[in-house]
Design a protein around this ligand. Sequence first.
Ligand SMILES: [Zn+2]
Length: 463
Amino acid sequence: MNWLKQAQERQDELIKELQELVQIESVLDETTITSEAPFGEGPLKAMKWLLQKGEEQGLTTKNIDNMAGHIEMGQGEELVGILCHVDVVPAGSDWQHPPFGGVVEDGKLFGRGSIDDKGPTMAAWLAMKMVKDAGIQLDRRVRLIIGSDEETGFRCVTRYFEKEEMPTLGFAPDADFPIINAEKGIAVLVFSQQQKIAENEQLISFKAGHRTNMVPDNATAEIQNVSADFEAAFQIYLQQESLQGAIEKVSEVFIVSIKGKSAHAMEPNAGVNAAVKLAAFLNTQLTTTGSKEFVQFLVTAFGEETRGHALGLNFHDDMSGDTTLNAGVVSFESGKGGEVQVSLRYSVTYPYDEKITAAQQQLAKNGFALDIAENSAPHYVDEKEELIQKLVKVYERNTGEKAELLSIGGGTYARELKTGVAFGMLFPGEPDIAHQADEFVVVENLVKAAAIYADAIVELATK
Ligand SMILES: [Zn+2]
């Protein structure tokens, strides 16, 4: 079957349907949330629109509590799942094109969701229709599973899999080609100071970062009762470290701030952690017990590197690389104490319980508690699995390129599947413009992806 030729012949249909879907503003909207529309009107409208398309094709559809749904075709005991989502992040500003327009220009279709994840969703949907129209006999059922809360907490798929069967195997067209088969575990660790902090500490407050998954690019502290050369020492430090910062004195309190460089927590080395830099300076200046203990902890734990050696949390394996730690949200208040929230991205074979327990015991001796606020286990599908073997064959056959298996520090939608991988649809070398202004999908690649997905559906659904 020449899937590419067929997809090219149906390009207009693909574009038209994608435009319709992009034009639905499916952003989570608190103001329109009702018991009927758990994530607001937009996401529900987008999901219903796609389910309606399924019905028009004479396929079985199901709506799970207005949160998620599916379109199913074929017969068989086992199930192939294609996991996608129709909700999008807010448009934001600085667009040159209407964010909910779906305008095609220079071979690109512009709009929020065009690459994350409405474009890939519609490519997979066209693939399903092509397989159906070709009348190919399948041994497994095929389901397009449609989430409407991927961007804001995965409540859609959580509910879906509480009520519906887990596919035997599947893929999520919500990341990169060729194949992402290893995703690190993601935990949020909270380190908190245990001793009673006095009211008259030198460090009055310390604040950096808003989210654990980003390297903080700004840190600010209020300081009192320090030596006369505090301000001069700060200027020297900035110069030595080639950092930008500011200092001002308001009555008897110094307000100091340092600029860092933001980066995603999956590689903290790509950024400069402003909290750690500010703590390193304060560590040379502060002497009162609670203040000193806090900044010293930051410097010892995160000052040298981001792999957690000082905390004993470091680990590496060949399939997924280094475990990384990002001190993303840092705070201290006099009278209360300090807290550091860390995004831990741990390797697939990480001895999690052992490592965390050992760190907790060690930290307790140093006056800090370690708690786990969130934990999502690593996701890994062995290359010997049928799923990988088949997708490798499909990718190589359709692109002529080697299908490298990728490992990432972030989480994709595929981790919601038991045996599932992320499979497209950004091709190697393409810029990732998801969540940015003027998000677009290259029409030629959209068509190419539809052909790859059609081939993958047939391959996975036949034994
Ligand atoms: Zn997505």
